[in-house]
Write a protein that binds this ligand. Sequence first.
Ligand SMILES: O=C(O)CCC(=O)C(=O)O
Length: 249
Amino acid sequence: MTEEAYDELLRGDGYHMLRGLISPEEAAAVRELTLSRLHEGADQNGQIAIRDILHWGLAIHNMVTHPKLLALAHKLLGPDAALAAVSARVLPPNCPPGGLHVDYPYWAMNPGMPVEPALMMQVIWMMEPFTPHNGGTWVAPGSQLWDSSPNLERFEANAIQATGEPGDAVVSHGLLWHRTAINHAEEPRVAILINYTQLAVRPMTPLGPFDEAFLSEASEELRSLLVLDYAKALRDRVGSHIKRNEAAD
Ligand SMILES: O=C(O)CCC(=O)C(=O)O
């Protein structure tokens, strides 16, 4: 799975569908949790973004550290990949579509952005069925390779809507052109968004601080993703870089 998804993200459609990562019941519980916390969110042009939801507890931790996602994140971004953001996105009924974009850090960079190695991987978790009717995300297959700023005309000529079942996830290269859709349904549509980056990418908004109670419950995998000691993570990276160079001599 990891090998196929890796190739798809870098050289194929730029995204890969992972089915049934959590059960429909688990997804429904996270959907309810999200809807009970809408007051933590901010309006984003008619849609609701709830940032930094790690403190919501174990269900979110388990999604962030799902073994299939971590295997891919580590292959794509390195064994010391970092968690850059975890948020919820709610599309209220009849919300307007979101703006066409690529994700951070790519939109903040000068032209000539590297596809490979990737700097960022995004995960769009479906907490209910995603359909064209309720706002399945629009993505343009292969657009990570288009080497230009997103433009609506090219996007609209190529884009398709990601659809799936509760507990599925779309994993994508950070350079994939995408936008949120209109929700024509009568119920809000809920997604959980997770972004992983290479260690060296400066987070847009640093996660944390994390108190002792939080850290004592965090798994090894989660602590590693939080890069609690950046200087040490860099020392480890220098160490393995030097070892690699020595091996090559
Ligand atoms: O909620 C969605 O449909 C996807 C949102 C998204 O990927 C983004 O805004 O970067």
